[in-house]
Design a binder for this molecule. Sequence first.
Ligand code: ADP
Length: 400
Amino acid sequence: MKVLVINAGSSSLKYQLIDMQNEHVLAKGNCERIGVDGLITHKTDDGKKIQYEVAFPTHKEAFMEVVKVLTSGEGKVIGDVKEISAVGHRVLHGSEVYKVSTKITEKVIEDIESFSELGPLHNPPQAAAMRACVEVFGKDTPMVAVFDTSFHQTMPEKAYMYALPYEYYEKYHIRKYGFHGTSHRYVSARYLEITGKRPEGTRVVVCHLGNGSSISAVKDGKCYDTTMGFTPLDGLIMGTRSGAVDPSVVTYLMNKEHMTPDEMSDMLNKKSGFLGVSGLSSDARDLVNAKNNDHHHGAQLACDMLRYQIKKYIGSYAAAMGGLTAVCFTGGIGENSSELREECCEGLEFMGIELDKTANESASGSEMMISAPSSKVQVWVVPTNEELMIAKDTVEIISK
Ligand code: ADP
């Protein structure tokens, strides 16, 4: 069975075609600059890379191009579109309604559109990609929606509520939702799978560290708490996002700098984080180079802030869950930066975390245990695979 996985952003549409018999990626690519002009990059499993410009006025044209490039020309990997048995769509926000992945119907698409206020950059294009998909494939190809928020729906009320007047929860659904759920679910489940552990009794902290970063506490295989909140702005310092700040800073600065709500949101989402603190770059590699080679203060500070915050969350989530079985690192930074992993674990020996430095240095990008055999708490690098998780959910749901 071949499953097409679609991840639509505001101006992009990423895709992967996965053969679920062996979980092999036949082709993957990205349509960029949708609504601007259009560029597609397509890679096949036998190493071909094709890139060309093509007009993408909307997500529909991009989706049609994906089908074309998969079935014809140099990048062809299947003979006919009918070979695609199902399509799995990544969806940012499922509100409190979608607690698990769901088969897509017209009602589901309408619901996803109706959550657009909660996910303004992602939900509208994701719904548009679903509609485009229905138009191109017809109604016979089943589609499944996999929500970034679903995994976190198991958080207890005490973890997801903000201490605001309760009416705002009732009126506007203001609460912590959490994001990167597909990654947190994949990594925590994969850890249990590799180690042959049953979920009951395990307490795992998953650190997803990339351009966007979040940490989750996974107790008995279910999400107990997470760092992102009502939106993906909360929690850790990120590439351009501030992470948690005292809310008074927002009102104070708006008054002082005469900022509108949109300007404030822009500053917090796009001009803060690594970029804002370092004044240099939003990319973690640039910061590591600048601090190590040029002793750049801002770069050093941004890196110090990240590792300090990660350490605090590991400690607080261990306390919240009443113990710690394992810490798993994933995402571009978590998978590739042995330096950061070492710094995050430094000084946590009192909690039973003992890193194997040699294993840590050789682990980059691969699935590997990086704690010493004597470590009470295991530490792992588990490269995330959200696309595979989406494809697996898709197969499971359409087979029901
Ligand atoms: P996204 O959140 O967009 O999916 P990724 O998970 O791909 O992002 O992570 C991108 C981040 O990972 C960038 O900040 C990049 O610099 C960082 N990164 C990749 N390799 C390394 C490395 N070896 N050391 C430090 N950071 C790295």
